[in-house]
Design a binder for this molecule. Structure first.
Ligand code: ZN
Length: 402
């Protein structure tokens, strides 16, 4: 039986001058509404320990549109503004459920500019998408086909820091079942390679990463030399943003291929919870990027396992995966990061990463079999929230600001 999932398909598009102006105005209003509602909620929460609901925020929005100084909010489509309030509601829901931190303000420079349109705010005729308040359909570059007969239910328009426009269409898609297999794999987040599999295979970071990183460092150095608020500074900032965007795009492609392969080939995928890594604060750029890659990879594995009926087991973060001898079970006292290969008392010679991946697999299978010690998958994957996203929503998602 094919399973139906909601899946986002993202494309670039080229707005007309008029469309770009309308969208920029909408982005500005979305940000303003989000920040203003956040401010009111913050005042209520910290001042009076009172929670403001979506309905109350929505009523406030109606009032703002009636005031002289915010009357311009009524000029853009009302749907993206309502959606901004819904996103804020979700952010607070996550905060109150202790799943995330207190919602932050959207900044004009640092936040991704975006607007979300639900079904009532766009028309879809034979593959032509026209947004509310626009006369012409968007000029979309269909880099890959939508599923046959797909009808988008939600459309998100965004502009990244490099000035590129994207539209993401949320559609229902049938996922063909993948034949069951008895293969299982343990995945270790490596230091020298991106990941190491329990099969012994090492998957390196894509070759271009090093070159791109060098470009990034150079672009950032140039940016830091420019005079504040000058035209040259703006140009340098754009250059940094473009390099960031390219790194993110390439990495995402790479991770999509890798995660699809792991999920298709295996019935069970075992990974380690690496949240603790962030505490280590090993501040190198390479480290930061591979941590971000790991976060993205895990998210992709979560929703793809759900799509294809596979199992993802996440084992405890304090499991001594690299120090445990997979043959005799001895745990070594210390294993400095520069030791890539070690010999156990029992005589087994271990490749550090392969041994770790094997131990992760063994721990995952044991935990999975007795239903003990496995950390539940994150809330998001159980509620199906993450399965709605085919790609991270932000073009530069996960790339730390440097
Ligand atoms: Zn041993």
């Amino acid at each position: 039986m094919a399973q139906t999932v909601k899946r986002a398909f993202k494309y670039r598009f080229y707005p007309t001058g008029e469309q770009a102006a309308e969208l920029s105005r909408t982005f500005g209003c979305v940000r303003l509404v989000y920040n203003k509602a956040l401010e009111e909620r913050t005042r209520a929460w910290y001042g009076e320990q009172r929670r403001i609901s979506y309905v109350q925020s929505s009523a406030a929005l109606t009032q703002w549109k009636k005031t002289g100084e915010l009357a311009f909010l009524a000029e853009v489509s009302s749907v993206p503004l309502q959606q901004a309030l819904r996103h804020l509601q979700t952010a607070f829901g996550n905060f109150f459920a202790k799943r995330s931190q207190y919602p932050r303000y959207k900044s004009r420079k640092k936040s991704r500019a975006s607007a979300e349109y639900t079904r009532s705010a766009f028309t879809w005729h034979g593959g032509r998408l026209t947004l509310a308040k626009m006369a012409k359909p968007l000029d979309i570059r269909w880099s890959r086909p939508l599923p046959q007969g797909a009808e988008p239910t939600t459309v998100t328009v965004s502009r990244d820091a490099a000035g590129r426009w994207f539209v993401s269409l949320l559609c229902e898609d049938a996922i063909a079942p993948t034949p069951a297999t008895d293969k299982v794999v343990g995945v270790d987040a490596g230091i020298t390679s991106l990941v190491t599999l329990s099969t012994g295979e090492k998957i390196a970071n894509p070759k271009h990463e090093r070159r791109d990183r060098a470009r990034l460092v150079k672009a950032q150095r140039e940016l830091s030399r420019k005079a504040k608020a000058s035209a040259n500074q703006e140009k340098a900032r754009q250059r940094v943003a473009r390099v960031h965007a390219r790194i993110a795009d390439r990495r995402r492609d790479f991770l999509h291929k890798l995660s699809t392969r792991l999920v298709r080939e295996n019935q069970t995928v075992v990974i380690e919870d690496l949240t603790v890594r962030n505490l280590l604060k090993n501040g190198t750029l390479a480290r930061a990027i591979s941590d971000a890659a790991w976060t993205d990879l895990r998210m992709m594995l979560e929703y793809k396992c759900a799509w294809y009926g596979r199992e993802l087991v996440v084992i405890d973060r304090f499991f001594p995966s690299s120090k445990l001898c997979g043959t005799c079970g001895t745990v070594r006292g210390k294993l400095p990061l520069n030791v890539r290969e070690w010999t156990c008392e029992c005589g087994t010679v271990h490749d550090r990463d392969v041994n770790a991946a094997r131990n992760i697999l063994a721990a995952g299978l044991a935990a999975s079999a007795c239903g003990d010690g496995v950390r539940p998958q994150r809330e998001s994957s159980r509620t199906g929230r993450s399965s709605m996203k085919q790609e991270p929503q932000r073009a530069t998602a996960g790339i730390p600001r440097l």
